[in-house]
Design a protein around this ligand. Structure first.
Ligand code: GLU
Length: 525
C-alpha cells in the first residue's frame, strides 16, 4: 500500500530522543475518554522512541475553562499512568507570544480585521448556501483601506481577525501525508478566510496550535480525526509564517454502538466516572488502546510497558472504533482476577466505606522517637453492628467474589449482607421450587438442629459442607440438595444469587448463622 510505504519510510527517519508530541486538552470539561485515548497513543509513541510527551492546557476559551477541570484532567492522566515529561503549559499564560504573531500577520497582510456584523455574516452564509456554494466568508473586509480600518476602529466597531487566504501559496491544494490515513488533499479555496483571533489578545484555536506546536518543537501531531478539517488551515498558517510542518496522524473516531460519534448519550465519557465505578487504570489503558489499534495477532491483553514496545502506527485502523462497554467489563474482570487478595481488598474497601457498611478506625500508637514516633494502624468496624472486623476477614469476603467481580463498585451489592444487622427480603425468596411453607420451615429447623451441634472450632466451610451434604443424603432432600441449601443460602444472604452457603456461613460465624436462620423461620411462619 502506498500510504503504508510512506509512513514506514517516515518513521525510519526517527532517531531516539527526537520525537516531541503533545496533547492539548481544553479544560472545559472533565478528562474525556477520547482525550485519554489520544493521550495514550501520544504517550506510547513518545516512550517507544524515547521522545518527550508534553501537556498543554488549551484554555483560550476563558468563559468555559476552569481550574477544576484542569485539575481533573491532570489527576486522571496521572491515575492512568500517563505522566507528561513537560508542562503543563497554559495558553492563557502565553498571550504575549500569540499577539506578536497576530501583529506580524496583520502587518504582512496575511490577516485582516473583519468588521462584518453577526447578522451580516449570517445573511451571507444563508445566501451562499441557497445558491449551492460553500458558506465561506465573502472577503468583503479583505481590501479595506488603512483609512477605512482606522475609521472603523475609531468608531469602536467590533471586529475579528481573519486569515487572508487569497494570497499566493505554493499551489491550490494542501496536501499532507497522514501517518494513519495516507495522502490527504484539501482544496485551499474551500477553506475561505477563516477566523484566527477575536482580538489581538484573543487568538483562536487554529492559530495558537500552530504557534505553540512550533514553539514547543512538536514533531508529530497525533489527535482525533475530528481535527482533520483543521489541519489544512494550520498548514496554511505554517506556510505563511514559514514554520516547519510537523507530521500528522489522525486517530479514528470513537463510535457508540449505533456507529455515531461517541457522546454522553451512549456511555459515560468522563474518565473520573469510570474510575469511580471501579474500573482499574490498567484495564482502561488496555481497553482504550484497542479502540483503534490492533496487534497483528488476536491477543487482547496488553500492559502499558508491553504496549510501549509493540505500538506502531501500522496497527492503527482507519475505520471508526466501536466503544463496547462489555469488552471493558471483561478486561476489567481480567485485571481484577490478577490482583492479590490483599490488594483487591484494599481497592474494594473505599466502596464499602463510602456506602457506610464499614468504618475505618484509626488507632494511633506512640513509639519513642527513635523508633519512628507514632504509627497509625487502621482497623475496621461494621457500621450497623459496631463489631470489629479485621482485615483478614474482609479479605475472606472479597475472596469469595474475586472471580465474578467486573468492577470494584459491584462489591457493595455483592457483599452488603455480611455487614447488615438484619436482612430484608420477601418470604417467597426462601422457597426452592415447589416447596411448601411447612417444608421450608422443616428445612430451616433441621439446619438449626444440625448446625447448632457443630462446635465453634469446627466451624469451617469444609466441615459445614461435609456435615450438611451428609444430611442432604439422609434426609428428604436427597434427590435435590436445593431443598436444604437454598433456604439456607437465602437465610444467610437475603439474595437470589450469591457465593456458596458454606463459605458464607464460615465467615458469618456460628452465632450469626443461627441467628439468621432463626429470622428466616420468623419470616416463614
Ligand atoms: N483542544 C483540542 C482538543 O482537545 C486540541 C486539538 C489538537 O490536538 O490540536 O481536541
Amino acid at each position: 500500500m502506498k500510504g503504508n510505504l510512506k509512513r514506514s519510510e517516515a518513521l525510519k527517519l526517527i532517531r531516539p530522543g527526537e520525537i516531541r508530541v503533545r496533547i492539548a486538552p481544553s479544560p472545559t470539561g472533565p478528562l474525556h475518554i477520547g482525550t485519554a485515548r489520544t493521550t495514550l497513543f501520544n504517550y506510547l509513541f513518545a516512550k517507544k522512541y524515547k521522545g518527550s510527551f508534553i501537556l498543554r492546557i488549551e484554555d483560550t476559551d476563558i468563559g468555559r475553562s476552569t481550574k477544576e477541570f484542569e485539575e481533573d484532567i491532570k489527576q486522571n492522566l496521572k491515575w492512568l499512568g500517563l505522566e507528561w515529561d513537560e508542562g503543563p503549559y497554559r495558553q492563557s499564560e502565553r498571550k504575549e507570544i500569540y499577539r506578536k504573531y497576530i501583529e506580524k500577520l496583520l502587518k504582512e497582510k496575511s490577516a485582516y480585521c473583519c468588521f462584518c456584523s453577526k447578522e451580516e455574516l449570517e445573511e451571507q452564509r444563508q445566501y451562499k448556501m441557497s445558491i449551492g456554494e460553500p458558506p465561506l466568508y465573502s472577503g468583503k473586509c479583505r481590501n479595506l483601506t488603512p483609512a477605512q480600518i482606522k475609521k472603523n476602529l475609531g468608531q469602536g466597531k467590533p471586529f475579528i481577525i481573519r486569515f487572508n487566504n487569497s494570497q499566493k501559496t505554493d499551489g491550490e491544494k494542501i496536501i499532507f501525508n497522514d501517518l494513519i490515513r495516507g495522502k490527504i488533499e484539501f482544496n485551499k479555496t474551500l477553506l475561505g478566510d477563516f477566523a484566527i483571533a477575536k482580538s489581538l489578545d484573543a487568538p483562536l484555536y487554529n492559530l495558537v496550535v500552530v504557534i505553540d506546536d512550533f514553539k514547543m518543537k512538536i514533531t508529530h501531531i497525533i489527535r482525533g480525526e475530528d481535527h482533520i478539517s483543521n489541519t489544512p488551515k494550520q498548514i496554511l498558517l505554517q506556510k505563511v509564517l514559514k514554520l516547519p510542518q510537523p507530521k500528522y496522524a489522525h486517530l479514528p473516531l470513537i463510535l457508540g454502538p449505533d456507529k455515531s460519534k461517541l457522546s454522553k448519550r451512549h456511555n459515560t465519557v468522563a474518565v473520573s466516572k469510570y474510575r469511580k465505578d471501579g474500573y482499574l487504570p490498567e484495564a482502561l489503558i488496555n481497553f482504550m488502546v484497542l479502540l483503534g489499534w490492533n496487534p497483528k495477532d488476536n491477543r487482547e491483553i496488553f500492559s502499558l510497558p508491553s504496549l510501549i514496545k509493540e505500538f506502531t502506527f501500522e496497527g492503527i485502523q482507519k475505520a471508526g472504533a466501536i466503544f463496547n462497554i462489555s469488552k471493558l467489563d471483561w478486561i476489567n474482570g481480567f485485571y481484577i482476577r490478577q490482583k492479590s487478595i490483599k490488594k483487591l481488598t484494599e481497592l474494594c474497601l473505599p466502596y464499602l466505606i463510602e456506602k457506610g457498611l464499614v468504618e475505618p478506625i484509626f488507632k494511633t500508637e506512640q513509639y519513642p522517637p527513635a523508633y519512628g514516633g507514632k504509627i497509625i494502624t487502621p482497623s475496621y468496624q461494621i457500621s450497623e453492628t459496631r463489631e470489629n472486623i479485621n482485615f483478614e476477614n474482609l479479605e475472606k469476603i472479597i475472596n469469595l467474589y474475586q472471580e465474578r467481580l467486573k468492577k470494584l463498585s459491584e462489591i457493595v451489592e455483592l457483599t452488603d449482607f455480611f455487614f447488615r444487622l438484619k436482612l430484608n427480603y420477601p418470604k417467597e425468596l426462601l422457597r426452592w421450587k415447589d416447596m411448601t411453607d411447612k417444608e421450608i420451615k422443616e428445612s430451616l429447623d433441621k439446619l438449626t438442629k444440625v448446625l447448632g451441634k457443630i462446635k465453634e472450632k469446627n466451624w469451617t466451610a469444609l466441615n459445614l459442607e461435609e456435615i450438611l451434604l451428609k444430611e442432604v443424603k439422609a434426609g428428604r432432600a436427597s434427590k435435590d440438595r436445593g431443598y436444604l441449601l437454598w433456604p439456607l443460602r437465602v437465610a444467610l444472604t437475603g439474595k437470589k444469587t450469591s457465593a456458596g452457603p458454606f463459605e458464607i456461613a464460615e465467615i458469618l460465624g456460628k452465632e450469626k448463622t443461627l441467628k439468621r436462620i432463626k429470622e428466616a423461620i420468623n419470616i416463614i411462619i
